[in-house]
Design a protein around this ligand. Structure first.
Ligand SMILES: Cc1ncc(COP(=O)(O)O)c(C=O)c1O
Length: 396
């Protein structure tokens, strides 16, 4: 254990499952530890470093804004916030021109739930089995995993779960007291699960028939990650409320519940605010991030790099008995295995590659969209090595 690990252990609550690495620097798709060792980052804080670590444009925007005005409560107008909101509205799906700004993913989901209940005057929220929306009480109530829910009950009333990908299961739950259906267009935390092609359209229809709102949680899938700006575009569906966060600030905390004029108009001034929401520092980072994404057409980059990476992964999987399935779209990919991969994650880190995971048996790949082909190939080479070693141990 190094000095920093000892300090965090002594003074930080043990809230996270930890890897034995102290990361101190990052640039683009790479990070470095406190000993100066370089890593290719396929985890990126579960998708946060979407435009790369310490992007120059974001760093410049943040430092200039920090010298000018760091905080400005939402009770006042602000130049940087205004410009960021306009930029966000330019890239969101048609009709979703209003944003309620927040500071994290889970807070964005809280905002979406409150907007849905406020707009409809109804109580029930139907979520999806396998869904993940965050760990504060509202978002946690919409999250499926028992591991996150059970220690903290009672959760909010009125939440129920449909089978993801099965419109019949959903239609049996949605009724005249349903405020909203909330779903990820591709489930992230539960292992990059892509629903059947026509599923989200059917979900949209079920919501429309019942007068319920559709909330699509694009916190992990959004901003180009899946090869289009929004994953919902792959399925031809526009929600009533869309949640965005993770990569939106280039690494700086920010989120946005994006919605229609009509839904946004249901909130009265003061009903749902927070001290830091829409602060100039995050908004400056958000503007620089959106500019970078559009200027470099990162959704197309994710589509082409992701397609190449997926076929390399599929090749690797077909050559290894321990690999089961490769899933995903764009640069949101996963490889499920037949084993607990904890040791393989550590072995990859020793070789200079950081992979994320979903559950115990699935590698999750959410690299920066600026990653280079050679770095993708090196990652897959290391993956092949660590899986090969595990196979040698088991089958010799
Ligand atoms: C789809 C989705 N929604 C919500 C969240 C929660 O975001 P945060 O961790 O910023 O609260 C996450 C985080 O992984 C997520 O993937």
């Amino acid at each position: 254990m190094n000095h920093f690990e000892e300090l965090e252990g002594a003074y930080g609550a043990a809230a996270f499952m930890r890897f034995p690495l102290t990361l101190v620097r990052g640039k683009g798709p790479l990070v470095w530890d406190s000993d100066g060792k370089e890593y290719i980052d396929f985890m990126t804080g579960y998708g946060v470093a979407l435009i790369g670590h310490s992007n120059d444009d974001v760093a410049r925007a943040v430092s200039e804004q920090a010298a000018k005005l760091i905080t400005c409560h939402g009770s006042f107008y602000n130049d940087v916030r205004a410009e960021f909101l306009e930029k966000l509205a330019r890239v969101t799906p048609k009709g979703l021109g209003k944003a309620l700004l927040t500071n994290s993913g889970t807070e964005t989901v809280e905002a979406a739930i409150k907007l849905a209940r406020r707009k409809t005057g109804r109580k029930r929220i139907i979520s999806m089995k396998g869904g993940f929306h965050g760990k504060t009480y509202g978002a946690l109530s919409a999250t499926w995993s028992k591991k996150y829910r059970d220690p903290f009950g009672p959760l909010l009333e009125g939440f129920e779960f449909a089978d993801y990908g099965d419109p019949l299961s959903l239609s049996q739950l949605v009724d005249a007291d349903t405020a909203a259906v909330i779903a990820e267009p591709i489930q992230g935390e539960s292992g990059i699960v892509v629903p059947p092609a026509d599923y989200l359209k059917q979900v949209r229809e079920i919501c429309d028939r019942a007068g319920a709102l559709l909330i699509l949680d694009e916190i992990q899938t959004g901003l180009g990650r899946t090869g289009k700006m929004w994953a919902s575009e792959h399925f031809g569906v526009v929600p009533d409320i869309m949640t965005v966060s993770k990569g939106l600030g280039g690494g700086v905390p920010i989120g946005a519940a994006v919605t229609t004029d009509d839904v946004a108009g249901s909130l009265k001034g003061g009903e749902h605010t927070s001290t830091f929401a829409g602060n100039p520092l995050s908004c400056a980072a958000g503007s620089a991030t959106l500019d970078f994404i559009t200027k470099n057409d990162l959704p197309s980059q994710a589509a082409s790099k992701g397609a190449a990476m997926k076929s390399e992964l599929a090749k690797l999987a077909s050559a290894h008995k321990l690999a089961r399935e490769v899933r995903g779209m764009g640069l949101m990919l996963a490889m499920q295995t037949r084993v607990d991969i904890h040791e393989q994650l550590l072995a990859s880190q020793r070789r200079g590659v950081i992979f994320g995971y979903s559950g115990r048996d699935t590698f999750r790949f959410l690299p920066s969209l600026v990653i280079q082909q050679s770095q993708i190939s090196r990652g897959i080479e290391v993956l092949g090595e660590v899986i090969g070693e595990e196979e040698a141990r088991r089958f010799q």
